[in-house]
Design a protein around this ligand. Structure first.
Ligand SMILES: Cc1cc2nc3c(=O)[nH]c(=O)nc-3n(C[C@H](O)[C@H](O)[C@H](O)COP(=O)(O)O)c2cc1C
Length: 84
């Protein structure tokens, strides 16, 4: 039987994700605070695993697009008519 072990705590960059995974031999890692305001970190880590490169962060247009989407979901989730 194999019980997967996931680690987390203070992982805030692609480099740390790999370093921690290799150091502790876990099956996976979880990201908490570093994803707050930066949902791109998951793709950045995936790309870093694939080719060892840290991609450029999102440009302003991408940040605005995702912020609007987040606001839209948030308004719908709270079921309010407030919308602008
Ligand atoms: C605002 C906030 C809320 C959290 N709520 C929970 C929770 O409800 N249950 C839980 O097990 N851990 C909770 N945690 C702990 C996180 O799941 C995580 O273990 C911790 O933040 C360390 O990981 P990180 O350094 O990637 O943030 C919370 C952390 C934060 C910052």
């Amino acid at each position: 039987m194999h019980i997967p072990i996931f680690g987390n705590g203070d992982i805030d960059s692609p480099q740390k994700a790999i370093e921690y995974k290799n150091r502790y031999g876990v099956d996976g890692i979880m990201i908490g605070r570093a994803a707050i305001g930066n949902p791109w970190i998951f793709n950045e880590i995936k790309k870093y695993i694939r080719n060892g490169e840290v991609p450029d962060g999102p440009d302003i247009a991408e940040r605005v697009r995702v912020t609007k989407k987040h606001l839209d979901f948030s308004v719908r989730w709270k079921e309010t008519d407030l919308y602008f």
